[in-house]
Each structure stands twice: as structure tokens, then as C-alpha cells.
Ligand binder design. Structure first.
Ligand code: BEZ
Length: 408
């Protein structure tokens, strides 16, 4: 751990929350939100990116893979985006919303980053969006699906390279109805993303004609699933739809299989249930069907090249989180490229990012007027230790962006 921040290209500096707090010398969050000087944008200086991600806790692997994906993209571009050298500073947000405002304020005020890329957890992301709006800092969200970030709180300087929580779940409603399921139980964590992911599913399932008979929840990030699994066994629904991710998803899938329910009550979910988790879930994941904007075996050149490069650099299989980090690099590349690296030309940079068409490992990626991805949602099934594509559940899915007032 170090308090020293180096701005060399692709230099890794990890700031713990404690380090940031010590360095900030007790400045209150409110005082940091406005009124401090913007970073000096000298053409020769690296463009400084603050990576605010979970590096510990249940979402630690997700954060690390986003970080890896973004660094891979920058490295492939010779350490530059849009011709401008890139430096990184990182902060572990621990997926704790209560620390989020302080963490992002200190990246902006003390570290004087030019852009923030983060995060995974919807509650943390909402605090980041508010600060980004107040300080007009460029923010790219590489995972968190909080619907409001590209809904009522949409802003010119806020982009998302991942999904809205509604997006991968709405298409699953029709998928499960078409598979013959009429009465479904949902299960998730009790926090913003859990409620919104299940909301998207319920909307799609009700539209198709199905009924959610019970909505089971437990506090984030708890993993004591036994009582809820017993309840599912009592209710005997046609199927279950779940949202969990990271360490929680590993435990839930294993517990569900261990209870013997996998054979009688099919388990479905948003793709986070099995993305980046299959090695730890083992046999228990076999046959689980999920919907997501990625599948491991997507047969396109961008995906093949990405997976090969990721494996070579990190000795691990890339997943959706790595793809989202990689595409965050691609989006920033397009923005900085349009202004010759001069990030002070903000309007031009934003216009280029909004019009971006990225040949992503996930397939074609473009952006809605709310700056949320327009992308295919794939139906996948776990086979041979991979999330293999079954079909395109819905092509070119665009979040409704309810409440967003940005012009088209
Ligand atoms: C969220 O909090 O938005 C989230 C976390 C993990 C995976 C997907 C969404």
C-alpha cells in the first residue's frame, strides 16, 4: 500500500480508504463537492484515470477483472488513449455506499483525476453519479446497473459501458414463459440492484403472461441462503429467477444444488449468477440458463482476440467484467481521439463518445441518448464449464431511460 501517486503511464497505485482519509486531512465531503480547482490539462501530462472499484469483499473479483480489462486495452494502445498517455490511481470502494461520497471526492479533489471509472455496486455508483454531476467530472460506469444513472440522473458527462439493471432481466421474462414456466419465485439481495433487476424481470414476465408468486430477499451481502431455499422447496414454483454476483453467486448456486432443487425446480438468473464464477461453482452450475450481454463462446473476431490476449496477460479466462473494463478503455479512446487528447474540449469529446460504435467482444455496442449501451442480450447455458450462447434472447436492447431529459 502506498500513499505515493505516480503519473507514469500505466503505473499502479492503490489507495486504501484509510490512506485517502489520512491524506485528505479531515476535509468534509460537502466542502469537496464544489469549488476546488479542476485538474490542469497540459497536453504533455498523462490523462489521469481514477479507478474506483471493489478490490475486497464479495465483488472483489469483479472489480479486479474490470481493472484488468481496462489496463489490457490501454496496454494494447501503447499506454495511450486518443494519443494521450494514461496514468491510473485506484481506490478500493469495498462496495460500501456509506464511504462512496468521500472516496470519489478525494479522487477528484486530492488526486485531481481527469476521469473516474467505477464502480460495481449500484448504491456506490449512485453516490458517484451525484458527485460527478456536481463537479462536472467525466464518469464511466463499467458495471453498476443503477437504472437512475442513465434515467433521471443522466448527464452529458456520465457514460455507462455495462447495462442498466432492467436490461439483461426484461428479456428473461419471455424466455421463461416460452419455456413453459407460469409461476416463478424470485430471489436476490435487498439493495438497489436486486430490486431493479427483479423489477426488469417482473415487467418482462408479466408482459408475457407469467406471475411472480413470491419475492425472496436477504440483506446485501449476506450468504445465509438456507431458510430461503427451504421456502422455495415449500412453494414448489415452476422455476426460480435469481440475481446474485461474485462470491454470493458462488455460494447460492452451490447451496441450491446441494439442497437437491436443481433437478426439480429449474434455476434461471441474470447472467451475473454464472459469469466469472463457474470455476468455483463446479458441477453445481451445469445447465443453469441466464441472460446477459455476453457469452463466452461468442463467435466474433473481437471476442476471440480479447479472450486470447486476456489469457496471455492474466493467465485467466476473461468474463463480462473484463469486457466492460476493456470497453471503458475503448470508449475513452474514442473520446480522447476526437479531441487530439485535449480533454478540455469536453463538448466535442462527449459528442464523440455518445456517437461511438464499438466492435466489442460482446458484439456491436452503441449508446442511447442517455449514454447507456444498446446491445444484444443473449440466452446462455452453462455447459463444459462455460456460459455458452443458446440464442439471442433480444437483439439491440435499449433501456427505456425513464426520466432522462438529455436530447436524442
Ligand atoms: C450492481 O450493484 O449494480 C451489480 C453488482 C454486481 C453485478 C451486477 C450489478
Amino acid at each position: 500500500m502506498t500513499d505515493k501517486i505516480t503519473t507514469d503511464t500505466i503505473t499502479r497505485s492503490r489507495l486504501t480508504r484509510r490512506t485517502l482519509l489520512a491524506g485528505a486531512g479531515g476535509l468534509g465531503a460537502a466542502g469537496l463537492v464544489s469549488g476546488f480547482p479542476r485538474p490542469a490539462i497540459a497536453q504533455g501530462a498523462p490523462y489521469k484515470v481514477g479507478l474506483m472499484l471493489p478490490y475486497t469483499g464479495t465483488f472483489a473479483k469483479l472489480g479486479q477483472f474490470i481493472d484488468n480489462g481496462m489496463r489490457l486495452y490501454v496496454e494494447q494502445k501503447g499506454g495511450k488513449l486518443g494519443g494521450r498517455a494514461i496514468s491510473f490511481v485506484t481506490v478500493d470502494d469495498e462496495s460500501k455506499p456509506e464511504n462512496a461520497t468521500d472516496n470519489v471526492n478525494r479522487l477528484i479533489a486530492r488526486e485531481k483525476v481527469d476521469a473516474v471509472v467505477g464502480t460495481v455496486h449500484s448504491g456506490v455508483a449512485m453516490a458517484m453519479v451525484k458527485v460527478a454531476r456536481d463537479t462536472n467530472t467525466m464518469l464511466i460506469i463499467p458495471n453498476a446497473g443503477a437504472n437512475d444513472a442513465t434515467g433521471p440522473l443522466c448527464a452529458p458527462n456520465v457514460f455507462r459501458t455495462s447495462f442498466s439493471n432492467w436490461q439483461p432481466n426484461f428479456p428473461m421474462g419471455k424466455v421463461m414463459y416460452d419455456a413453459g414456466h407460469r409461476n416463478v419465485v424470485t430471489i436476490t439481495w435487498r439493495y438497489a440492484a436486486g430490486a431493479e433487476q427483479m423489477g426488469g424481470f417482473k415487467e418482462g414476465f408479466a408482459k408475457a403472461g407469467g406471475k411472480v408468486v413470491e419475492e425472496l430477499t436477504l440483506p446485501f451481502p449476506e450468504v445465509e441462503f438456507q431458510a430461503l431455499i427451504t421456502r422455495i422447496a415449500q412453494l414448489k414454483p415452476d422455476a426460480v429467477h435469481a440475481f446474485f454476483a461474485g462470491g454470493g453467486a458462488v455460494k447460492f448456486v452451490k447451496d441450491y444444488a446441494a439442497a437437491g432443487l436443481g433437478k426439480t425446480i429449474p434455476l434461471y438468473g441474470a447472467g451475473f449468477l454464472t459469469d466469472g464464477t463457474i470455476p468455483a461453482q463446479g458441477e453445481a452450475a451445469n445447465g443453469i440458463r441466464t441472460t446477459l450481454h455476453y457469452a463466452d463462446n461468442l463467435d466474433n473476431p473481437a471476442n476471440k482476440a480479447f479472450l486470447a490476449a486476456f489469457k496471455q496477460k492474466f493467465s485467466a479466462d476473461g468474463d463480462i467484467y473484463a469486457v466492460q473494463g476493456y470497453d471503458s478503455g475503448a470508449l475513452l479512446d474514442i473520446g480522447l481521439g476526437a479531441v487530439g487528447g485535449d480533454a478540455a474540449a469536453r463538448d466535442k469529446m462527449v459528442a464523440a463518445m455518445a456517437a461511438a460504435k464499438i466492435d466489442s467482444p460482446r458484439g456491436p455496442l452503441s449508446f442511447s441518448k442517455a449514454h447507456n449501451p444498446i446491445q444484444n442480450i443473449y440466452l446462455r447455458e452453462v455447459r463444459n464449464g462455460r456460459n455458452e450462447m443458446v440464442s439471442i434472447a433480444q437483439a439491440n436492447v435499449e433501456d427505456p431511460a425513464r426520466g432522462c431529459r438529455l436530447p436524442a
